[in-house]
Design a protein around this ligand. Structure first.
Ligand code: SF4
Length: 442
């Protein structure tokens, strides 16, 4: 449980009873679900990954007008599986094969029905949906574009032997709710016109609709309803959480759920408290960064450009001659192009990290779709957010957290700016999304 965000679990707990959020924040742990054996946990992770691959490859292929045959689809799934770390897969290959075949059979059963509703499903890639208002970030399995819709939709894959109807639908309704808030999808790894694109995109319009796909079961469910995330609800959860930080709990009238509540031994409903919740720390930091003149779009790109996804994407893009030619054009520097790209493969992957500033600027410009001036800003260190100024600017808001965090307040001051940058920055529109979120709190 984090003190900086509101998660799906926080909403789930609060809707059962606000006091549960406070108890969990206090660190009280109770056994709520029967534990699985370590072996079954490993298998469920493997099944999950296979389900994702089958959905990504199979659903996209099988909803086309002329899909490839089963053998070709299986080859693609196995190739993608082989590219994953072997540490994720400990089960013998024959057993994995059985799961792959069952998952593909199930995907074939649902592909026709999905095609009826959506047309051809194009898996755009992995995405993050961030809402600075809560703040929170969800990571649906896939972001898809379909031939019958003009907007992006989300897919969540559940490769289980039995559907957890209540839990899965709650997750989908939560995803839909996040998509309706001041939020945006950031698509990072994605294919466009058959080639891998590296520059992340902010998409402001997402259909608040999540497709739950169960490959092994051969079933799917379209969830259109969204959890209603109103200001009162968000403030209520933050109040319960902040009361939990000072070992208190909010009022709750009690319900029939009390008799089976796992926290009932810790609960004395006669003792309750109230407080005016402070705004989320990450949002305060992000707002402060804007007020002090930081460009949060560039901050996003700066963090992204040092991430593994980006590094791997750049390195793989460098192998393609077409991209190299493109880079030459962007830089308009013949000597650079000649010096950098002769025998690149021979010189190995570390070359990128040894390049001179000008080369780095060129790569960033190419990879992120920026002009050279912005790429230069990004590579330089002078655009980092000024934490001291942010804390001066937003002192009134930060001070409200002092009695909640007490001795941890100082440590938080060091950490919170990076949380703000993680949850409240986008490749574009950061300022707009943060300001809209801020207004919802006022
Ligand atoms: S016992 Fe009842 S009031 Fe107490 S936490 Fe559980 S559900 Fe809430």
């Amino acid at each position: 449980m984090t003190l900086y965000t509101l998660s799906r679990q926080d909403f789930f707990d609060y809707l059962r009873c606000p006091r549960i959020v406070a108890f969990r924040t206090q660190g009280i742990r109770v056994r709520e679900f029967s534990p699985r054996s370590p072996m079954s946990i490993i298998k469920s992770i493997e099944k999950g990954k296979i389900g994702e691959l089958t959905t990504k490859v199979g659903l996209q292929e099988l909803t086309k007008d002329r899909p490839k045959d089963d053998k070709a689809i299986l080859r693609s799934i196995r190739a993608e599986l082989a590219s994953l770390s072997r540490r994720s897969f400990r089960t013998p290959q024959e057993e994995l094969e059985g799961v792959i075949r069952r998952s593909l059979e199930g995907t074939k059963r649902i592909a026709d029905q999905i095609r009826e509703i959506y047309g051809v499903v194009d898996v755009v890639g992995r995405g993050e949906v961030k809402s600075p208002f809560l703040p929170h970030m969800i990571l649906p399995d896939f972001v898809v574009m379909t031939s019958r819709r003009k907007t992006l939709s989300l897919i969540e894959v559940k490769n289980t032997e039995k559907a957890n109807v209540r839990g899965d639908e709650f997750q989908a309704a939560f995803y839909n709710a996040i998509s309706k808030e001041p939020s945006a999808v950031i698509v990072k790894e994605r294919k466009e016109r058959g080639r891998t694109e590296i520059a992340p995109q902010t998409c402001m319009r997402v259909d608040p609709e999540t497709l739950l796909v169960y490959p092994i079961l051969g079933e799917f469910k379209v969830v259109k309803n969204a959890l209603t995330i109103e200001k009162n609800l968000v403030e209520g959860i933050w109040e319960a959480k902040q009361l939990g930080m000072i070992r208190k709990a909010p009022m709750a009238s009690g319900s029939e759920y009390c008799s089976r509540c796992p926290y009932r031994e810790h609960c004395n409903r006669d003792k309750w408290d109230e407080l005016e919740p402070a705004k989320p720390l990450a949002l305060i930091a992000a707002k402060g960064a804007i007020e002090t003149g930081s460009n949060l779009d560039l901050e996003f790109l700066k963090r992204y450009s040092s991430s593994m996804v980006y590094q791997q994407s750049v390195l793989s893009a460098l192998d393609r001659k077409a991209r190299i030619a493109e880079l030459r054009f962007i830089l308009k520097t013949r000597s650079f192009a000649e010096a950098s790209y002769t025998n690149r493969e021979d010189r190995g992957e570390s070359l990128y990290w040894q390049t001179r500033d000008q080369e780095k600027i060129g790569l960033v410009a190419l990879a992120l779709g920026l002009d050279e001036e912005h790429a230069r800003d990004l590579v330089s260190t002078t655009i980092a957010v000024d934490r001291k100024r942010i804390f001066r600017e937003m002192a009134g808001e930060f001070q409200k957290w002092r009695p909640l965090l007490r001795k941890d307040y100082k440590a938080m001051v060091d950490r919170v700016a990076s949380y703000g940058l993680r949850y409240c920055t986008f490749p574009s529109h950061s300022e707009d999304l943060i300001n809209r979120s801020w207004r919802k709190w006022d």
